[in-house]
Ligand binder design. Structure first.
Ligand SMILES: Nc1ncnc2c1ncn2[C@@H]1O[C@H](COP(=O)(O)OP(=O)(O)O)[C@@H](O)[C@H]1O
Ligand SMILES: [Mg+2]
Length: 259
């Protein structure tokens, strides 16, 4: 279920502005890839192109190719809705649908896909997904309460449950812990560690310790200056990136000697 991602010569624009320049990277299945780099260097922009989410932003466009398990997600005739089902996304702020119950939140994506599901199938998906997100034990007795009644960390795990309920191949996470307290952050990190048995995970993080703890490979993005495009400066195993990076800018950023 977990798929390799091949990005080749990817450029991403907002109108005339080149935000991300010429990224080529291979992401292995069943691995965690961390994307790091200073604010504004295009990490979120790059991440969104992995499931064509940037297309909801007026003027945003990508050139180059993103091939997931042999299928170019930008090929003519490819439906972005299908791409987003295969490649789920979790955002910085937990965003459960506030009026929906916990169970309905988990099923929201499944229902969007227009799949008719029986009550018992729905219950199975809810339990499987909440177990998968390490949330089941905490909420199994109150599946009918609003998702918004959970703590921030629980809400983020609910969003992860919603993302995995559609059985994606890849899960993208854009700073999923930046709004969470340290305990909730560790719970999400544990979860990421478990999820990589089944999914290919790409996570943007500002937290160097987190990148070092959760990821197998790390990509460092940087910008040469204001209004310059973000570029992938170095991409290697996390161990190498954090112990002996090839690039001085990588070393400066990782060791905190950086703006
Ligand atoms: N919706 C948008 N419209 C126009 N420019 C954008 C938009 N989102 C991001 N940008 C620009 O693209 C560049 C990269 O931004 P972003 O991908 O958000 O960086 P990061 O996630 O690394 O902080 C920045 O210069 C930012 O101002
Ligand atoms: Mg960002």
């Amino acid at each position: 279920m977990s798929k390799r991602i091949d990005v080749t010569n990817l450029n991403v624009y907002y109108g005339d502005f080149l935000a991300v320049k010429d990224v080529t990277m291979q992401i292995e299945p069943r691995s965690v890839t961390a994307l790091i780099g200073p604010s504004g260097c295009g990490k979120s922009t790059f991440l969104r192109t992995l499931n064509r989410m940037h297309e909801v932003i007026p003027g945003a466009r990508a050139e180059g190719s993103v091939v997931i398990d042999g299928q170019d997600i930008y090929a003519k005739g490819t439906d972005p809705v299908v791409v987003r089902r295969q490649v789920g996304m979790v955002f910085q702020r937990p965003n459960p649908f506030p009026t929906m119950s916990i169970a309905e939140n988990v099923l929201a994506g499944v229902r969007l896909n227009n799949v008719r599901i029986s009550k018992s199938d729905g219950e199975d998906i809810v339990e499987r997904s909440l177990r998968g997100a390490n949330l089941w034990e905490e909420v199994k007795d109150r599946l009918g309460v609003p998702g918004s009644s959970l703590s921030g960390g629980q809400q983020q795990r609910l969003c992860i449950a919603r993302a995995i309920a559609v059985q994606p191949e890849v899960v993208l996470m854009d700073e999923p812990c930046s709004a969470l307290d340290p305990i909730s952050t560790l719970a999400i990190e544990d979860l990421i560690h478990e999820l990589k048995n089944e999914y290919t995970i790409v996570i943007v993080t500002h937290n160097m310790q987190q990148a070092a703890r959760v990821s197998d490979k790390t990509g460092f993005f940087n910008i040469a200056g204001a209004r310059k495009p973000g570029e992938l400066v170095e991409y290697d195993t996390t161990e190498k990136m954090f112990s002996s990076p090839e690039n001085q800018a990588t070393e400066d950023y990782i060791s905190g000697r950086f703006g």
